[in-house]
Design a protein. Structure first.
Ligand code: HEM
Length: 106
């Protein structure tokens, strides 16, 4: 339901009409990327915690609705590198260490 990225910032270069309103030239606009996760046209029960929500959705639809690395011409060039680092980190963390529960119940 969330997104590591709080939002994408852009500056309007000209007046932009949106649904009866005008975003004046020079304003800063913030796209809150996680709001795309709450679109009930795309997701069933968008307010449910469901890590599998992406599993059966077309890759094109995912790319417009999950934007941890931004989107378009300013998309993060470090995305693939970051994914490789995260996969390596998780692999080492889960395969090279042993874990035990430290919670004490009663
Ligand atoms: C978890 C790690 C990272 C996240 C979540 C992340 C996220 C992002 C996002 C959302 C943007 C687009 C900002 C926008 O459109 O306004 C961006 C841009 C950028 N990122 Fe990352 N990034 C990550 C790691 C990295 C790494 C490791 C590098 C370099 C090695 C990198 C280099 C850049 C650069 C240079 C841009 C600017 C691209 C441009 O404006 O043309 N990022 N990043």
């Amino acid at each position: 339901m969330s997104n590591g990225l709080p939002g994408l910032l852009r500056k309007s270069l000209k007046d932009i009409p949106v649904k009866g309103f005008i975003i004046p030239a020079g304003w800063t606009v913030m796209l809150v990327t996680a709001t795309s996760h709450l679109n009930s046209d795309i997701f069933n029960d968008p307010f449910e915690f469901n890590p599998w929500r992406w599993k059966d959705i077309n890759a094109d639809v995912v790319s417009y609705n999950f934007m941890p690395f931004g989107r378009g011409v300013r998309q993060c060039p470090g995305a693939d590198y970051t994914k490789a680092v995260m996969a390596t980190f998780l692999h080492v963390l889960l395969t090279k260490y042993r874990y035990k529960c430290c919670f004490k119940f009663f």
